[in-house]
Design a protein around this ligand. Structure first.
Ligand SMILES: [Zn+2]
Length: 55
């Protein structure tokens, strides 16, 4: 089962959800911390960390 990482734009917390494609398309994902629907999916968390430059 694929895990999707989301970040909430309201409380800035991240969370993981396991969704099928059908579920992902059918409903908006709500933040489990504050219930907000202002969430963004994070796709490349691991690669972003490993390729991060100290600018
Ligand atoms: Zn939230």
């Amino acid at each position: 089962m694929p895990h999707y990482e989301f970040v909430c734009n309201d409380c800035k917390k991240t969370f993981l959800k396991t969704l099928t494609i059908a579920e992902h398309d059918a409903e908006k994902t709500a933040c489990p911390h504050c219930g907000s629907h202002e969430v963004e999916q994070r796709w490349s968390a691991f690669s972003a960390i490993t390729s991060k430059k100290s600018a």
